[in-house]
Design a protein around this ligand. Structure first.
Ligand code: ADP
Ligand code: MG
Length: 447
């Protein structure tokens, strides 16, 4: 078979004729073909989560058709975003060990290095702490806990630590996982038919490390077992002077699902926050990305974007790439204000609502609080179910805009005034109650 790049090139030629040119430039041309595996999966990587969603919603059929025309085979298409790609590569690297291929390649994202991280007022302390930890793992700040809003560079820093250690201390065993992966991994071993052996393997994997990095710990579930396992993993590593680094979108005290003993462990080292970048830093970041990704743009364009996107660096980069692609469509090599203005006046409409249903909301709330479906829609009045029930009602009303009467039917035929009361109670709590704010934002994240 031809190599994947050649195949993908032929597929692209066909796709270009069937998709509008703007969509093609924005969503299709930026796809990276990753691999064709032995199970007939054709794995593609989208450049962002938004791009992935667009591709899945709007272009999958066309890609599928063109793929079949070019290869004469029926592939199952898998689209990953960049975080998923990292995971994929990491997992496959383990498999490849046996064939001793790629052993030297860093499992961390190549571009997420300290050199590519722009330091400014908003992140200088975090940067310094991350660097220290990379230079002296297990010796200084342990654990290091980094928190901050979405798209501010937390994952970038974890990978930078990973890349650094991989290069300068190649003998150290280092692992990056998201909290979700850790949890899934553990649960899989609990439910494995060879449970005891699997748990031993799990522990072997996580407790014999020199450096463990856990990303997005705010998604830790309430499940007792996982928290217990994490607690012991944590203690074992710290006791042996192994480095732990944790990232979250909020400080330990605001992670509602976290057990107290873990919260206090997390707080026992150094906690640092990473803030939204100021304008100078944003401009510097855009210049850096423009160099790295070859998204050429006039200085005026860079300033224009930096002024308009101020709280999320991922979005900042996204805008630069949109502007640049539009420029290439216009036959230019360097983006000008013409494209910048067009991108910002044609802000995409609200993301198309995904296929949320009341069922999905209810089951997510149940998962979150670890309660049964029957209980949440049933008559029970104990505290453990009343609050989740109100939250589910609030979310259904807010996200789906269903009439109160219909929501009442879903919740065991409750009267619409009861439903209204629940909804209003949460709405008013949300204004002041931090705990509720966090709960709702967690659950929305899961949805
Ligand atoms: P988070 O994990 O905090 O949500 P990421 O680490 O994924 O955010 O960062 C989002 C994007 O912004 C990445 O492409 C990253 O390279 C970029 N980024 C964030 N902070 C910086 C910085 N200080 N310098 C350069 N790029 C940055
Ligand atoms: Mg992240």
């Amino acid at each position: 078979m031809q190599d994947i790049e050649t195949i993908w090139k032929q597929i692209l030629e066909k796709l270009e004729l069937r998709i509008s040119s703007v969509s093609y430039m924005l969503w299709i041309k930026t796809i990276k073909p990753l691999e064709i595996d032995e199970n007939g999966n054709f794995i593609l990587v989208a450049q962002s989560v938004t791009a992935k969603n667009q591709i899945l919603r709007n272009f999958l059929d066309k890609i599928d058709d063109c793929m079949e025309e070019v290869t004469g085979r029926n592939f199952k298409i898998t689209v990953l975003d960049q975080n998923e790609e990292i995971e994929y590569l990491k997992n496959n690297r383990v498999d490849e060990k046996n064939t001793s291929k790629n052993e030297e390649k860093s499992p961390f994202k190549e571009k997420f290095t300290f050199d590519n991280f722009v330091v400014g007022k908003s992140n200088q302390f975090v940067y310094a702490a991350a660097r220290t930890v990379a230079e002296h793992p297990g010796k200084r700040y342990n654990p290091l806990f980094i928190y901050g809003g979405v798209g501010l560079g937390k994952t970038h820093l974890l990978h930078a630590i990973g890349n650094y250690i991989h290069e300068f201390s190649p003998n150290l065993k280092i692992m990056y996982v998201t909290c979700e992966q850790f949890t899934n991994d553990y649960i899989a071993s609990l439910y494995s038919p060879t449970k005891n052996k699997s748990i031993m393997e799990f522990r072997g994997k996580y407790r014999n490390l020199d450096v463990l990095m856990v990303d997005d710990i705010q998604f830790i579930s309430r499940g007792k077992e996982t928290q217990e396992e994490f607690f012991h993993t944590f203690n074992e590593l710290i006791m042996n002077n192994k480095q732990i680094i944790i990232c979250s979108d909020r400080p330990p005290k605001d992670i509602e699902t976290l057990e107290d003993r873990l919260r206090s462990r997390f707080s026992s080292g150094l906690i640092h926050d990473i803030q939204a970048p100021d304008i100078e830093t944003r401009i510097a970041i855009l210049h850096k990305k423009s160099q790295l990704e070859k998204y050429y743009a006039e200085d005026e364009v860079i300033n224009y974007i930096a002024e308009r996107v101020d709280s999320n660096i991922r979005e900042l980069e996204g805008k630069l790439s949109e502007v640049y692609f539009l420029a290439t469509l216009n036959g230019k090599k360097v983006a000008t204000m013409e494209e910048a203005k067009e991108v910002f006046t044609n802000e995409p409409k609200e993301e198309i609502k995904n296929d949320l249903t009341p069922d999905k909301i209810i089951s997510t709330v149940c998962d979150y609080f670890n309660i049964g479906l029957q209980d949440i829609v049933g008559k029970k009045k104990n505290k453990e179910v009343v609050e989740p029930r109100m939250i589910a009602i609030y979310l259904i009303s807010e996200l789906l805009n269903l009439p109160l009467v219909n929501i009442g039917k879903i919740f065991g035929g409750r009267d619409h005034t009861t439903i209204m009361h629940s909804r209003d109670k949460i709405t008013s709590e949300l204004k002041t109650n931090k705990k509720i704010q966090n709960l709702i934002s967690d659950i929305k994240g899961m949805l």
